[in-house]
Ligand binder design. Structure first.
Ligand code: ADP
Ligand code: ZN
Length: 376
């Protein structure tokens, strides 16, 4: 990691010829054109953004690109998860091709995870692959989805089931874009930030317990520090296991539970992904305590911190009935990470000590999930 005088920090994801930098700091949007030119030269660039982010930030990015000598235009897509679909993919590809997309064109994703995933997938298949740059504008995307090269759209059969591993050429995380992010979205992204402490860095979790509120209050120094640490850890894990055959699965801490909860609540407003991950991480700690693997005090610390920053630790009221243990277990059985019929769980031996297992007995799960149904 290097530090420039202007408080920008740069982390390199080391993947040989596909290595790339993540630049993190306040007001980087105005510098994006130069950051791209330094690495990729002056290029034809198409910005892809959504109807919430575009009106606030596209013009600044366009100006920065033009100043650095790039040419290009902006495509604005409807905001919302429905855009991660075959229909929007096709329309985006046609729009690009009609305009004479060339191999040398660079796609720039300006937005949250939806825009990043759709743009990345499009870049990976258009003309058999064009380069792309991520400019994530949600905390969730800055600490997690913009780094690591997973791209996807949803299928009627489930979320993120169609996609590719395809690395960006550069990631630019401007902490000041978080100022306009709805507070609930910021908190949801914070849950994914805490995940890095819980899975592998107890000191980082300790810092978040003390100073994490500053990240949510919009303090750029605290935000930069949190994003840098999350990206460093993600970069290190991805560099060891780009295609998730082993260690990368640790990044799914809380996610087996979260996906089941999201499937039940319709992947919508009732429970944002980061909120589901918050509850899911509490459940992963509870299960680890129940199995005698983790001290109960550690699960309490996790709960206390989430409560302190306003993240959910209990499931919401079920949208149409009651929480049903068997249905939740069935959802977990459909997870992408199921191997030979066994659901993979990330459990913990304590804060910062996560590990992967597919040895959890169903009876233990039933016991845990039954208590959750009662608590709702
Ligand atoms: P993620 O998957 O990263 O949570 P989404 O792409 O679903 O992100 O974005 C969440 C919501 O926040 C969307 O409605 C999106 O348009 C909006 N959004 C994203 N970034 C910003 C921002 N910086 N300011 C305001 N709204 C934003
Ligand atoms: Zn997640």
């Amino acid at each position: 990691m290097s530090q420039n005088p202007d408080s920008t920090q740069t982390i390199t994801v080391d993947l040989g010829p596909r290595s790339y930098d993540i630049a993190i700091g306040p007001d980087l949007l105005d510098n994006a054109g130069a950051l791209i030119a330094e690495r990729l030269g002056e290029r034809h660039v198409v910005i892809i953004t959504d109807s919430n982010v575009g009106p606030i930030y596209a013009e600044r990015l366009e100006n920065s690109l033009a100043q650095a000598g790039h040419t290009g235009r902006t495509i604005q897509i409807d905001a919302g998860e429905q855009s991660k679909s075959f229909v929007y993919l096709e329309s985006l590809l046609n729009d690009l091709l009609q305009d004479g997309l060339e191999r040398g064109t660079v796609l720039v994703a300006l937005g949250g995870g939806v825009i990043g995933d759709l743009t990345g997938f499009t870049a990976s298949i258009a003309l058999r692959g064009v380069e792309f740059v991520q400019i994530p504008t949600t905390l969730l995307a800055q600490v997690d989805s913009s780094v690591g090269g997973k791209t996807a759209i949803n299928s009627p059969h489930g979320k993120n089931l169609v996609g590719t591993f395809y690395q960006p050429r550069l990631v630019i995380a401007d902490t000041n874009t978080l100022k306009t992010l709805p507070p609930r979205e910021l908190a949801a992204g914070y849950a994914e930030t805490v995940k890095y402490g819980l899975l592998g860095d107890p000191e980082f979790f300790g810092w978040l317990e003390a100073d994490g509120a500053k990240v949510l209050e919009g303090d750029p120094t605290a935000q930069t520090r949190a994003i840098v640490r999350a990206c460093e850890m993600k970069a290190e894990i991805v560099n060891q296991d780009e295609r998730e055959t082993g260690r990368r699965a640790l990044l799914n801490l809380g996610h087996t539970f979260a996906h089941a909860l999201e499937a039940e609540t319709g992947f919508g407003d009732l429970l944002l992904h980061g909120e589901a991950v918050s509850i899911g991480m509490v459940l992963a700690f509870d299960l680890s305590v129940a199995l005698g693997l983790c001290p109960a005090e550690d699960a309490t610390r996790v709960r206390d911190h989430f409560k302190a920053v306003g993240l959910p630790i209990h499931v919401p009221v079920h949208p149409n009935g009651n929480w049903n243990t068997q249905i939740l277990i069935d959802h977990m059985g459909r997870d992408k990470k199921v191997q030979a019929g066994r659901t993979t769980f990330i459990l913990v031996r304590g804060i910062g000590e996560a590990f992967v297992t597919n040895e959890v007995e169903e009876a233990e799960l039933v016991r845990l999930l039954d208590t959750l149904a009662k608590a709702a």
